[in-house]
Design a protein around this ligand. Structure first.
Ligand code: NAD
Length: 437
């Protein structure tokens, strides 16, 4: 099958490469000419484990192509997959201008019956608007469908190649057949395709993200309580996670969730609720709890030093919003950096993949170090924000030698409190009393 994927960001590039790996002929298009030039040179513009190999393998056998021209990508395509961004507008609603513009470009290039599939996360009812946009620019036959994407950055290739389920919102039988054919390659071990109406598919994506975010905010809230009442959130986590009704995933207390999806999708869901006069109290609370949680690490450091960080140097390990990605969109590290700088601190940071993005966004307001220990030279405190594997077992002797004051703030509860104390550090975790391990 021949298809066009519109947008080569985290979702578009993984999907385009993934579909070509299933044996389809895919042309990926992006308006960012530099990004396309990078891809044409066989380089990968984002950090995503396994993606470079997947792209190169399929490009080298001629199944995966890149272009800046939607018309070229659409030549002979039966399907067009919209995978462009849907960022937040100031009022919290999803900005659909990229989606509609991409739909318009696709519509103008349709030749014969084509299915336009939205993979971008879009509010309920968007497919109807996309249908109108396309009908306004073509007389050719077409159908619209929704195929929300559930991949996780950092493990996106695995998620895409081995999906837990594929949600297809489609009403036209020809669209359903084409979409089933599109995913046939990954359904050999059992059909995990769920076909539903388009509105339910659109809402399923928001429901999934809101549910996952709810678990995190719930644990963060309990962590704040645990600290005050002398309980350990890590013990509580294990205690409830072993209940099969609850399960162990997404129960880690931490520095608040960030990234390109949860925060913006919660805001968009809340906006949808406001538009139709349905109050979403739970979702609202999840968002508020997260905004508060993102400030916890900074408040901890500032409180430790008596309310001001003038003359202090704080080092940060991990700047990406989570491990194994270079994505810093809405990363808790950005909130922390802002708090530290506002309180007068000098800030240095290290991240295995995200430093170019941090440099591009923050300029020279913080120092970036080539390795984790250099970042801690002369530091008064070290804060772990993102639990990359290489940052999980710090060399405490080395830190002792490098740092001016021995304060560790473990924003992910991955360091040993006992070891840190034994080595003479003041240790702070999230939701942990002073005596716990
Ligand atoms: P992104 O910002 O990384 O990539 C979007 C790409 O689309 C950019 O490269 C941009 O230049 C390109 N683009 C914009 N308009 C275009 C046009 N008219 N034609 C061609 N290209 C165009 O975004 P992303 O993180 O890949 O997310 C895309 C969508 O998928 C969003 O709606 C997001 O919510 C959703 N999503 C993201 C993830 C994730 O983990 N990042 C997971 C699931 C769903």
């Amino acid at each position: 099958m021949k298809l066009a994927v519109i947008g080569t960001g985290y979702v578009g590039l993984v999907s385009g490469a993934g579909f070509s790996d299933f044996g389809h002929h895919v042309t990926c298009v992006d308006i960012d000419a530099e990004r396309v030039a990078t891809l044409l040179r066989n380089d990968i513009p984002i950090h995503e484990p396994g993606l470079a190999e997947l792209v190169r393998r399929n490009a080298s056998v001629g199944r995966l192509h890149f272009t800046i021209s939607t018309a070229e990508a659409m030549r002979g395509a039966q399907l067009a997959i919209l995978a462009v961004g849907t960022p937040s507008r100031p009022d919290g609603s999803a900005d659909l201008s990229y989606v509609f513009e991409a739909a318009r470009q696709v519509g103008r290039a349709i030749e014969g019956f084509t299915v336009i599939v939205t993979k971008s996360t879009v509010p309920v009812g968007t497919a109807d608007k996309i249908r109108e946009v396309i009908a306004g620019v073509t007389k050719q036959p077409f159908a619209v469908a929704s195929n929300p994407e559930f991949l996780k950055e950092g493990d996106a290739v695995n998620d895409f190649l081995k999906p837990a389920r594929v949600i297809l919102g489609a009403e036209d039988p020809r669209a359903i057949d084409l979409l089933r054919e599109l995913y046939r390659g990954v359904m050999r071990t059992g059909d995990r395709i769920q076909v539903m109406d388009i509105r339910s598919a659109e809402l399923t994506k928001y429901a999934a993200n809101a549910m996952l975010a709810t678990r995190i905010s719930f644990m963060n809230e309990l962590a704040r309580l645990a600290e005050v009442v002398g309980a350990d959130i890590e013990a509580v986590r294990k205690g409830i996670g072993s209940d099969p009704r609850i399960g162990p995933k997404f129960l880690f207390a931490g520095a608040g969730f960030g990234g390109s999806c949860f925060p913006k999708d919660l805001r968009a869901l809340l906006h949808t609720g406001r538009e139709v006069d349905v109050e979403l109290d739970v979702v609202n609370a999840v968002e508020r709890a997260n905004e508060r949680q993102k400030r916890v690490l900074g408040e901890r450091v500032i409180a430790h030093f008596g309310g001001s960080l003038a003359g202090k140097h704080v080092a940060i390990w991990g700047l990406a919003f989570k491990p194994e990605t270079d994505d810093i969109r809405e990363s808790p590290a950005l909130v922390l950096i802002e708090q530290l700088l506002a309180s007068g601190a000098k800030v240095s940071g290290y991240d295995p993949a995200a430093m170019p993005n941090v440099r591009a966004q923050l300029g020279i307001s913080i120092e970036l170090a080539g390795d984790p220990y250099t970042a801690t030279t002369g530091a008064d405190a070290l804060v772990l924000v993102t639990e990359w594997h290489e940052l999980r077992e710090p060399d405490l002797d080395r830190l002792k030698a490098q740092m001016r004051t021995r304060v560790l703030v473990d924003g992910r509860n991955v360091w040993s409190q006992a070891d840190a104390r034994k080595a003479g550090f003041t240790y702070y975790g999230i939701g942990r009393p002073s005596h716990s391990q």
